[in-house]
Design a protein around this ligand. Structure first.
Ligand SMILES: Nc1ncnc2c1ncn2[C@@H]1O[C@H](COP(=O)(O)OP(=O)(O)OP(=O)(O)O)[C@@H](O)[C@H]1O
Ligand SMILES: [Mg+2]
Length: 338
């Protein structure tokens, strides 16, 4: 056997040389092994013999089309190809095609690789991924439910507390926990399980805070101007708590004796690495919240801002109050404008 014949026979993939009419001219040893034919049986057979019967008719027209503009077609082109063994069993293959001119004739070199094991592994990976996604979704669902239970417990406790100050504190805590539960709810309702669409979240939170702070006869409009921004859950939860404090403050303190007012919520991508969330109201303003002594709301805002390296700005005068939070986005995949 000369060197080239030796190479042809030893190639670990099935190699077939096919003529213009689809007849197999040459087939190496591995082609016979792969397709289950005894040595020397393949030459002379039509190539369609190696293709599942249900696909064989369509294959001859594919072959004609290929020959009109024959080019090298590499393996792994995303084609889902099936081949057939002599016993009729089907298996997944990758096929490389390469046209060759030999004198007056045009032939095609086909290299066929059995990809059954790879396909099985891919399927296993897909199954495992989908199982993990389901699990993650379930976890968010449970976290949300557990937080809802805590929130209800605080509510019940507040109803049984005679001291109005204590009852109020319990109600505030209930609302804070509710705002966290809402993050997990947003997460498992959305397609992504790792990032929260924060503009969506803020909209729901705004509605909830507005509903729970509605005063009869008072008309407060909320204007939302928010671009879609994905925040990873470890940033979204502190942001959610801060936003809750700021929104509650606006509803609670900005319009004490007023029949109307406006609260504007803005969420913007400041530049590629910073997100800015601002809540502005046209209420009475507060000269210095700090001067009123350390309150839980402000303490929470400050410590949560530190936790996510955010810059918290507060400006208040007789025309209203503006609170802004500038959050660094750790990397572009963690905060992306959609
Ligand atoms: N948007 C606002 N308009 C007017 N006054 C405000 C506004 N936001 C905050 N304040 C003032 O700042 C003070 C401190 O706010 P902070 O949220 O820290 O405490 P709180 O709302 O009074 O109590 P809590 O601890 O329950 O939040 C408020 O009591 C209020 O006087
Ligand atoms: Mg407050």
């Amino acid at each position: 056997m000369d060197l080239f014949a030796g190479i042809f026979e030893s190639i670990p993939d099935a190699v077939l040389v096919v003529d213009e009419t689809g007849g197999i001219r040459h087939a190496n040893r591995q082609a016979h092994v792969m397709f289950g034919y005894s040595e020397g049986r393949l030459p002379g057979e039509p190539i369609e013999r190696l293709i599942p019967r249900r696909l064989a008719a369509g294959h001859s027209s594919h072959r004609d089309r290929y020959l009109t503009g024959a080019r090298v077609r590499p393996m792994g082109q995303g084609l889902d190809l099936q081949a057939m063994r002599s016993d009729g069993a089907e298996f997944a293959v990758d096929v490389m095609l390469s046209p060759m001119e030999t004198g007056a004739e045009r032939i095609v070199l086909c290299v066929v690789r059995d990809v059954t094991a790879r396909k099985r592994d891919e399927q296993r990976l897909r199954d495992s991924l989908s199982e993990k996604e389901t699990l993650l979704k379930e976890i968010h669902h449970r976290v949300k439910n557990n937080l809802a239970v805590i929130s209800s417990l605080l509510y019940l406790q507040s109803r049984r507390t005679a001291d109005p100050e204590a009852a109020r504190a319990l109600e505030e805590s209930q609302r804070r926990i509710r705002s966290m539960a809402l993050v997990h709810e947003t997460l498992y309702r959305s397609g992504s399980l790792a990032a929260v669409e924060f503009a969506d979240y803020a909209r729901t939170l705004c509605d909830e805070v507005q509903r729970s702070h509605m005063v009869t006869g008072q008309n407060i409009t909320v204007v939302q101007d928010a671009v879609p921004i994905q925040l990873p859950v470890d940033i979204a939860v502190p942001c959610a708590l801060i936003l809750n404090e700021v929104l509650v403050n606006a509803f609670k303190h900005a319009f004490p004796d007023r029949s109307r007012g406006e609260i504007r919520l803005q969420i913007r991508l400041l530049d590629e690495r910073h997100i800015r969330i601002c809540v502005t109201d046209n209420g009475v303003g507060a000269t210095s919240p700090a001067a009123r002594g350390p309150s839980l709301g402000l303490t929470l805002i400050e410590s949560l801002s530190r936790q996510i390296d955010a810059v918290y700005e507060y400006h208040s005068d007789e025309t209203g109050t503006r609170v802004c939070l500038t959050i660094p986005a750790p990397n572009p995949t963690e905060a992306t404008a959609g």
